[in-house]
Ligand binder design. Sequence first.
Ligand SMILES: Cc1ncc(COP(=O)(O)O)c(C=O)c1O
Length: 446
Amino acid sequence: MATARIVTKIPGPKSARLLARKASALPAGVYHNVPVFIQSAENAVLEDIDGNRFIDFASGIGTINVGHAAGPVVQAVQEQVQRFTHTCFHVTMYEDYIALAEKLNQIVPGDFDKKTYFVNSGAEAVENAVKIARFATGRSAVLAYEQSFHGRTLLGLTLTGKVKPIKKGFGPLASEVYHLPFPDCRDCAGGPTGLCCQAEETALRRLLMTRVDPEQIAAIIFEPVLGEGGVRPFPDEYLRMLFKFARENGILMIADEIQTGWGRTGSLFAMEHYGLAADLTVTAKSLAGGLPLSAVTGRAEIMDRVAPGGIGSTYGGNPLACAAALAAISTIESCKLAERAREIGAVVAKYLEPLAANYPFIGDYRIRGAMIGIDLVRDKNSYAPAPELFGSIQRQCYENGLIILKAGLFGNVIRFLPPLTIEFDVLEEGLKIFAQALENAAAAHG
Ligand SMILES: Cc1ncc(COP(=O)(O)O)c(C=O)c1O
């Protein structure tokens, strides 16, 4: 029996009424992808208030790696909520915060002593990592990448490598942030020849000659695989060059594993694929199985520099979130979800290969475990982005019971981030809905 079930037009009448209330109660900037309101969720399925059931290839943007309403997470939160909900760790403490920090110190990449503390959101963790890097090095500048995404706080959006709609109109931006071109083999001056890393290394050298002295750089922040930027992994060779450059110049590396962490790319953290360990790692999203929590983990000697009171947050490491995170991590490990991400990627690859060969508007696609990006292009020769196709494909998908995400600088990348616990028959059902949406798009666009 099918899992997806559509019983009304989308949005259904109840969702349509709430959409009208949203429009009058919320600012326009609070965006949504799919015009439905959810009533319940289980593993990889969302049910809306009109009784429509959707297969979820979004996971709350990569936040539900352990599945919606995962039993161990729900149980841990229920037990904790009956004991106490909040004390503020900076006033009176509780063991789960310590146990969770110990766990991250043990599993975050890096064969060195680590320390961890908790804040609330991805952007807040990014801000904190930069603060620590600046304090520890006594330097102020930060390098980041074009096409990256690091959040919507003022420093987060300054670091982010995309103007519209993230930065536009929110200036003045934070100072001392410099962007490098993302080393994309397809886009770079070297062309898709394998020489791209050399071309991008030249861009780095040029930045150091024209804009910022390496001795002024505190840190380089990067996502091992761009998430919002369209599921683009850093080339291995380039990242190796970058780490060497950072080491030689006393610059700290900050890995933003907010979207790539917790099994998503087929290893617990994406940096494991490179065999490199950043000095500071920020995690969030699937860390706490859907509860708001983020972490900064780093070399103990760096993390210890800031004096008491210099870092912290009222809600950071909230007891409910810590209990949820301990349960979520234990589920990721015991259910071998990183391995499962690779299996999901293999199933998706099997479906995508013939689709990409069949449709001229599918360009490249990238599969890193269960993190999948599919480029929509005008044609395979020009490779010009075709963001106009995304809306109709997405609508076809949700009108037939599948939720997908958009990504990419040009908004032309279809992104899948399904829960890593998705049943394989449900995954295949979702992929069939997707294939049908592509067929309809091909018919509509000729
Ligand atoms: C790589 C990355 N960094 C930072 C963030 C910001 O996280 P948050 O929205 O929790 O502030 C995101 C969110 O999508 C992200 O994907």
